[in-house]
Structure formats: C-alpha cells, structure tokens
Design a binder for this molecule. Structure first.
Ligand code: C2E
Ligand code: CA
Ligand code: CA
Length: 760
C-alpha cells in the first residue's frame, strides 16, 4: 500500500470510524469462524488497524522459546520481517523484544536513540522505519505470548486515540491467539480420541434416526462391510435380526428419552445375512447437532456357544443324547407340580440293563456305547412325545409318565418296553439279546418329592432283579423297611446339635501359582453313634425336609468362624473361609442378619468370609436372594458360585450378581483330558471368567494330569484329594501353620513358582 492511498483511506476511515471498526471486526470474526489460518486472521487484523491509523505499519509477533516469530506483518518490507524473525527477546531486543521480555508496553519514539534498539537499530533504519510502539500480550501466568507492534516511517508518539486503537487491537490479537490455541488443543485431543475409537477392537458407531452416521473400522469388519463408507447412511434395521428388532427399538427409544445408558443382547446380521450374537451398549449423544445414539458392540457368539454347550452338557447325556439326571429331576419336579394341581398321577420307571457290565467288558466300550444308544432309542419309541426318557448314568435309565389317571396305567407302557427288549440288538454285526429289570414308584402314593420317588423306584428295581431279572415291580412300602436308610436316619435327626454329633471338616484350596493354601472350605460331618461318619449328601436333604437346616447351618457358620478365626497360612497370613449355603437357607430373609451377628460375636473378619451358593440358587433370582447377596457383600464377604456348569449357566448373571469366584463342578474336572468336549468347556470357562474378572476354583482335582491342565490354563485355585481331603479342625490348623514349603511339596508343583500377589 502506498502512503497516498493510505492517507485517502484514512480520511474516509476517520469519518466513519466506529462503523468501519465494527464491520472490520465482523469480517475478522467471519474469518475466525470459518477456520481461516492464524497468519491470515492476524494479517487481516493488521490491515484493519492500518486502515484506521494513517502511516501505521502493523505486525503481530509470537513469542516461542524466548524468541520472536513474525506471525503477520503485511505492510513491513519482506526482507525486514525475515531479518527480525527468530531474534531472541531481551532488554536489547528492540521494542518488541524488550516488551516481551519486560511484559510492559514499550513506546519508542525514535529508534535511532533508544537503548532497547542499540543492536537492532541499523537494519531497522536501513528499511526506513523510525518509530516502533510495542504492546505485549500476556498469558495468565504473566508471560508474553505475543506482541502487537506499530511502526512508523517518522519519529512520533501515539495520541490518546492511537493508544486506544492499539489497546483494542491487542485485545483482539489476544482473543484470536487464544481461540487458535484452544482449537489446536481440541484438534489434538479429538485426534487422539478418534485414533482410540478408530482402532478399538470394539465396534463403535453413531446412529441418527436409525442410520449410521459414524462407524469405526471394527464395526465394518464385524458386519462384513467392505469399508466404513459402505455403512454410512444405511439403516441399522437391516442389520438386526427380525425377532430382536422390537426389543432393540424399545431399548434405544428408552435410552434417548431417559438420557441413560442401556445394555442389550441382540442378534445382528452381517452384510451377507449371517447372524451373530452381540452385546450392545447404547448412550445418547449429540452428533453434528442432531440427537443421536452412540453404541459399542461386541460379538459374543463365542461366549453364547460356550454357554449353550455347557448347558447341553449339564442337562443331556452326551453318549445317548437323552436328558441326564439334572434335567430328569427338573422335569420330574415340574410333572409333580402339575399333577398336584390336576389331581393326576405320575409314574417313575427306573430300569437298568441286565448283564450290561459283562457285555461291556467282553465287547468293549465302543460296543457298550452303541448298545446304550440303541436301548435309549427303543425306550423313546415306547412313550408319548411329552414323556421323558433319561439316562441317569452307567446303564441306568429312567422314564417319567405324566398325566396318568391312575398309576396302574403305566403297565401299558411297561408291556411295550418288555416287548421292545424281546427283539435282539444288532451290535458289531452280532445279534444280542438284552433284558431289563424295572422298578416303578408313583406319585402321590409312593412319595411327593423327586428324591423320594427315585429312591423308591430304585428299591423296587432291586426287588425286580432279586426276583430273577427281566421283570418289573411296583414299589411297596414294605420294601422300604430296612432298606430305606434315610427314613431311619430321619428319626435320629432331632437333638443332633444337642448331642454334639455334628462337626466341621475343612478342605484346603491351594493357589495354583504357588501351591500355597490360601483358603479352606468348611464341610459338615455327622459322627453317627451307630453308622459312623456320614457325609452331608446323606443327611442334608433330610435336614432341609425337616426344617432343621436353619439351626444346623447357623451352628455351622458360628462354629466355622470361631474355629478358623486364628488360622494363618505358613507365612502368617489369615486364610479365607468358605461356607456352603443351600437354596433353602437362602430363602430365609433374616440370613444376612444372622451372619452379621455371628461375625460380631466371633470377631471373625468378614472380609475373609466367602459363601458358596450353587448356580441353581442364584438362578432362582428372587428378591430375597438378591437382598441377601447385597447384604453379604456389604458385610465384606465374597460370593462364590458352587457346582458351576450343572445349572443353566449364564455368564451374564455372574456379572449381575457381582460374584467374585466360581467353582467348576467336579464332574467337569473329572473329565479333563478324558473327553475332548469337556476339556474344551473347562478351558472356555476359565478364559471367559478371566475376561469378567472372576476367579476360578477347580474342585475335585484328583490327578496330576488334571492339575497340570488347570495350572497351564491359568485356573487360580485348586481343591481336591490330590492336595488334601477335608480335615478335622485340629489337623487343618496344624497344616495351615506349617511352612509353605510343605504345601508346595504336597502339591508337587511342576510349573516354576511365581511370587504370590498380595491378597487384600
Ligand atoms: P460341595 O460344596 O460340592 O463340596 C465338595 C465335595 O466334594 C465335598 O463332599 C468334598 O469332600 C468332595 N471332594 C473334595 N475333593 C474331592 C475330590 O478330589 N474328588 C471327589 N470326588 N470329591 C471331592 P462332601 O463333604 O461330602 O460334601 C457334599 C456336599 O454337601 C457339598 O458339596 C455341599 O454342597 C454340601 N455341604 C457340605 N457342608 C455343608 C454345609 O455346612 N452347609 C450346606 N448347606 N451344605 C453343605
Ligand atoms: Ca461347596
Ligand atoms: Ca461343588
């Protein structure tokens, strides 16, 4: 710009100054808003001031690392800008260097004589510049981040108006730089979040009105899209399996309305229509100004497959594909409940194959398996579709015939069964004749619970065998006399506590990484005056039936807490104490209160208490169960799921109930390295539990093979006869206090020992 041009403009400018300043600011704001670069905005700002102050040549200098950086100087000679760029600040750094150094405004009327210009004067004067007023822009800590400079080609001081203009400009520069810095910081943090989201292994996407407006690469891969772009704009509806649509739509609507996060398990569809199970977590957000929902999705097909497989193994017999004992008992309870309401009868048929053991031993296990399958198939042919045929184990089968007008009607089916067994079985091209012995017990006349009916049908079957096999017997009460141990025991139960016949034994749990005992499980024993030591499976069902379980278990918790109170491991750390609670105890709404009282009375540290409850108890999921679990957690006790794998295993409920540990049922452990399927399941349980931060305890470890497998898969704790059986209190105390090396020796650890992590 030539000086004559600038003076004409200046006249126009002064006439309409306030208005022009406003327009100029608006232009500037427009540039800032449109994201113009910092030098462009500052350049425009300089020109705006120059237009209002005739003869002024403006510059904005940024201060970085104590040096001057020319950010904008649209009217200064290019060579001069280059000459002062990167000069250090200081008392002799010219007006700007000194202003930045001192943090004060520096007005130099004549560059030729001012001390701040001693070093820089020659080059400045060479470019015809005589005066320079510089104002620093300070950050919150008082350090200069920039200076705003006004040069003149003649010696002069600023008028009040010019000072006002300079100060106004300085404010503007400060705002512009500030905005630029925060935008840069935002860009940086956005860039790192974006990188995080884009490279996350989880599928992450944003929906606006059901359509994908953002997706990361993981989601595109999960849905089988060629690229993220293929997904953008598509509706999510096409990727949700038809049956999942209504519930998902409802959940998402709920999320938007309530502004909360929801979690859902849904079936999603890939581009090619293939279905997979997914867990979705949705949170409302605003995206590009629109109400949107941000979702994270993970593919849980593998977990679901494992759950299905565990459930299958828990309820079906792998060899014959028939229901197993667990499912059989379930179905029998259902049939009994139904019969109670309808007034009908239920018959339970219990049978085994005569001479099966001999056949199995002579022909081999493979042939034995074929025979079991064939026998199962024939039994299934004899009943109606809704009757149940189950294999209870070995060569034992059981059938439920429900909805009978009277028990004797079972005889028609029994006749069919014996007919079916008259035909030979073809096994390995041989014709084999196999007969069966069968016992029948009926509801309501022979019992009202599955356990009692099974027991009576079993007794009747032995009578059939005793009668020469290949025949059947209905249960008669006379058969039970002398045979039914449980009935006899039942009469001994009252007063069991007063007579001091109950005691607790303790079975250690060892840490797999060190072989050290870190916990014990309390197990009931009944020292029966005539029958000797009895295990809980023989009398706990009776305690439950008679209602004695409450007083016995209160006794057991109190006894365990006082006996284990002072036990320490070999290195002097207190042991954790696990106590079993049965389903019926759990239904007692005052259980937690009782336990709290015991903790207070005995002085046992509640943080070391652990309660083992079975998967079945957890699944009942009543309000009382939940309250009790919460109350126990509040006390500081931990919860462990016992017999894991024998119920309807669902890993999601473990999360819901905040369980700390799960115990793989010993039936699974027994089949490690024996059955490929079970081995894979155990492996999957351990790894899935780990991903949910749940510790795994393997129970019933009997062989070094099982131990090695479990150790190699990272199972945290081991319990079983391989290490220790359940021990009387005194022996347990002595064992716990002995040196840790003793535990290790008894474990025969094969893997190198790692130092034990600190237990809280
Ligand atoms: P559980 O909780 O599954 O306890 C483990 C059972 O496995 C114990 O049987 C234990 O002696 C046995 N065991 C330990 N190591 C091995 C092994 O290596 N191989 C095999 N085959 N078995 C092993 P126990 O003591 O007969 O207890 C049976 C069940 O009685 C327990 O099963 C538990 O459900 C119940 N129970 C025991 N004590 C109590 C109690 O105080 N209260 C309640 N409610 N139930 C109890
Ligand atoms: Ca247990
Ligand atoms: Ca168990």
């Amino acid at each position: 710009m030539s000086s004559s041009e600038s003076s004409t403009e200046a006249i126009a400018a002064s006439a309409v100054a306030p208005q022009r300043e406003l327009v100029a600011s608006r232009v500037l704001l427009g540039m800032i808003a449109s994201g113009a670069s910092l030098p462009d905005v500052l350049g425009a700002l300089c020109r705006t001031i120059e237009a209002q102050a005739p003869g002024a040549l403006c510059a904005v200098l940024l201060i970085l690392d104590e040096r001057i950086h020319v950010a904008a100087a649209p009217s200064l000679p290019e060579a001069y800008s280059q000459a002062i760029d990167r000069l250090p600040i200081g008392p002799q750094g010219g007006s700007c260097g000194f202003a930045a150094y001192s943090g004060r405004q520096v007005i130099v009327e004549d560059i030729a004589t001012h001390p701040a210009w001693i070093t820089c004067a020659p080059i400045t004067l060479e470019h015809g510049l005589r005066a320079c007023w510089s104002t620093p822009i300070l950050d919150t800590s008082g350090r200069a981040i920039a200076t705003f400079a006004v040069y003149y080609r003649d010696c002069r001081r600023p008028s009040q108006r010019e000072l006002d203009l300079v100060n106004g400009a300085t404010d503007l520069v400060s705002i512009v730089i500030e905005r630029d810095r925060s935008a840069a910081a935002l860009r940086d943090s956005e860039a790192s979040y974006r990188a995080l989201v884009e490279t996350a292994p989880l599928g992450i996407f944003v929906l606006t009105r059901d359509r994908f407006v953002y997706s990361n690469a993981a989601l595109a891969r999960m849905l089988g899209a060629a690229s993220v772009n293929e997904l953008i704009g598509r509706s999510i509806v096409g990727h949700v399996q038809r049956d999942s649509r209504p519930s998902l739509a409802e959940r998402l609507a709920h999320t938007s309305k309530r502004g909360t996060t929801t979690r859902a398990e849904v079936k999603l569809l890939r581009m090619n229509g293939a279905e997979f199970e997914a867990e979705l977590i949705a949170t409302p957000m605003s995206f590009a100004g629109a109400h949107s929902i941000q979702c994270m999705v993970s593919d849980i097909s593998e977990r679901k497959r494992t759950e299905k497989r565990i459930n299958y193994l828990a309820h079906y017999d792998d060899r014959t594909g028939l229901p197993n004992r667990n499912l059989f008992i379930d179905r029998l309870s259902q049939a009994l409940g139904h019969a109670q309401r309808s007034g009908k009868a239920v018959a339970l048929l219990y049978l085994d194959l005569d001479r099966f053991k001999t056949l199995n031993d002579t022909l081999g296990h493979a042939a034995g398996d074929v025979l079991l399958r064939a026998a199962g198939a024939r039994l299934t042919e004899c009943v109606r579709a809704h009757d149940t045929v189950a294999r209870l184990g070995g060569d034992e089968f059981a059938l439920i015939l429900a909805d009978l007008a009277q028990a004797e009607h079972a005889e028609m089916v029994i006749a069919k069964i014996f007919q079916a067994f008259e035909r030979p079985f073809t096994i390995e091209r041989r014709q084999l004749f196999v007969s069966t012995s069968l016992g029948i017990a009926a509801y309501p006349r022979d019992g009202a619970t599955p356990e009692l009916l099974l027991k009576h049908a079993d007794i009747a079957m032995y009578q059939a065998k005793a009668a020469g096999k290949n025949t059947y017997r209905f249960y008669l009460p006379a058969m039970g006399m002398g045979l039914s141990e449980s009935l006899a025991l039942e009469t001994d139960l009252p007063g069991i506590l007063d007579r001091g016949e109950l005691e607790l034994h303790y079975q250690p749990q060892v840490e797999s990484s060190t072989g050290q005992i870190i916990a014990v499980e309390a197990l009931l024993r009944w020292q029966h005056p005539q029958r000797g030591e009895l295990c809980p499976d023989a009398f706990i069902p009776l305690l439950e039936e008679t209602g004695l379980i409450r007083s016995v278990s209160a006794w057991a918790v109190r006894r365990a807490c006082s006996e284990a109170r002072d036990w320490m491991d070999g290195e002097g750390r207190p042991l954790r104490l696990a106590i079993n609670l049965s389903a019926s105890q759990f239904k007692d709404p005052r259980l937690a209160e009782l336990i709290e009282q015991i903790v207070v009375d005995t002085g046992f540290d509640a943080k070391r208490l652990e309660f083992e409850i079975t998967e079945h108890t957890l699944m009942e999921d009543t309000a009382v169960t939940l309250d009790t679990l919460r109350a126990l957690s509040r006390l500081g006790a931990s919860i462990s799921v016992d017999d894991f794998g024998t119920g309807y295993s669902s890993l999601s409920y473990l999360k819901r109930f905040s369980v700390q540990r799960l115990k793989i049922d010993r039936s699974f452990v027994a089949e490690i390295n024996e059955k490929h399927d079970t081995t894979a399941i155990v492996e999957a349980i351990i790894s899935l539990a780990r991903s949910l931060y749940i510790e795994v305890v393997a129970e019933g470890v009997e062989t070094t093979d099982q131990r090695d497998f479990l150790v190699s898969r990272g199972c945290a704790l081991l319990q079983g006869y391989l290490f220790h059986a359940a021990l009387p209190a005194a022996k347990m105390e002595a064992l716990a206090a002995s040196s840790p090396a003793a535990h290790v020796a008894s474990m025969g650890v094969v893997t190198p020992l790692r130092p034990r992590s600190v237990q809280s």
